[in-house]
Design a protein around this ligand. Structure first.
Ligand code: HH2
Length: 278
């Protein structure tokens, strides 16, 4: 059994690692597209990840891989309609990975507990109000540009400082809308408008993001730069690199990890946490 929502929200203070398992109900996600498009397969994968120790199941119905096209709210709702309630019914803490408030509203109504908005409330102005209305925890992620153009030519003077300022501003906007500070989680957005050196700088500089005093989630799982360094073209062969990135972020204060491979990350964090507490 995973952590409760209260334990999840307190993780940046308690240093209990939180593992979020990824469930993409999409035909085209970069590493598992199509695998869980069928509702039965999606429900089975949610169960498997919960058995492996996922504290949260993050369900999304739109790929945000570089170059991807937007998926309408209607189509996201169609993809989620059966499988999201089934996953909630299994007892999992569910987060909804969407930037559109009608999709988030449906998910919260169906029992999802957390909103994961990779646009940090910029795509849909109603998202922060919805989070405030429902007192739903919300993940605010940094992205430069949009999924369609973000990898074109990302440029920063100081990526860590710029991402930190952005996250502080979006957290302030969420608070102004009425979301309690302890319900705001920030995420530097690994791979979203970032080149290899930017991703590495953000992982190395994670302490700067943690110093905002908010919960910090990080999502390096199987991403391109994890393949680039050791030369692993197949995203499914990037588990060890993913574990390394999670441990680096953990040692610098991040406590929440969005991953495809739940068990290896869970096990690695359990050992790292035990060593840190010894
Ligand atoms: N990464 C992806 C999607 N959602 N949410 C947060 N908070 N942080 C992330 O780093 C993040 C995210 C992209 O990964 P994935 O879901 O595996 O692929 P796709 O966008 O192709 O579905």
């Amino acid at each position: 059994m995973g952590l409760s929502l209260d334990d999840i929200l307190a993780s940046h203070r308690t240093r209990k690692p939180v593992v979020m398992g990824i469930l993409n109900v999409t035909p085209d996600s970069f590493s598992d597209g199509g695998a869980f498009f069928d509702p039965g397969a999606a429900a089975e994968q949610a169960r498997r990840m919960a058995d492996e120790g996922a504290d949260i199941i993050d369900m999304g119905a739109e790929s945000t891989r570089p170059g991807s096209e937007r998926v309408t709210a209607g189509e996201q709702l169609r993809r989620l309609r059966k499988v999201l309630p089934a996953t909630v019914a299994s007892g999992a803490v569910v987060s909804i990975d969407t930037t559109l408030s009608p999709v988030a509203r449906f998910a919260l109504d169906a029992g999802a507990a957390i909103i994961n908005d990779v646009s940090a409330g910029r795509d849909d102005q109603a998202m922060l109000d919805l989070a405030a209305d429902r007192q739903a925890p919300i993940i605010l992620m940094h992205m430069l540009g949009t999924p369609k153009d973000m990898q074109a030519e990302p440029r920063y003077e100081n990526v860590v400082a710029e991402v930190r300022v952005f996250l502080a501003e979006r957290a302030a906007a969420a608070e102004a809308a009425g979301v309690p500070r302890e319900r705001i989680i920030v995420d530097p957005g690994i791979g979203f408008g970032k080149r290899l050196e930017h991703n590495l700088a953000l992982l190395a500089g994670m302490g700067e993001i943690v110093s905002l005093g908010l919960g910090v989630l990080v999502g390096p799982s199987r991403k391109r730069f994890i393949g680039e360094l050791p030369g692993q073209d197949d995203p499914r062969q990037r588990t060890a690199g993913t574990v390394a990135a999670c441990l680096a972020a953990w040692s610098r204060g991040a406590t929440m990890f969005r991953v495809h491979d739940v068990q290896p990350v869970r096990d690695a964090l359990a050992v790292a946490a035990a060593i840190a507490g010894a």
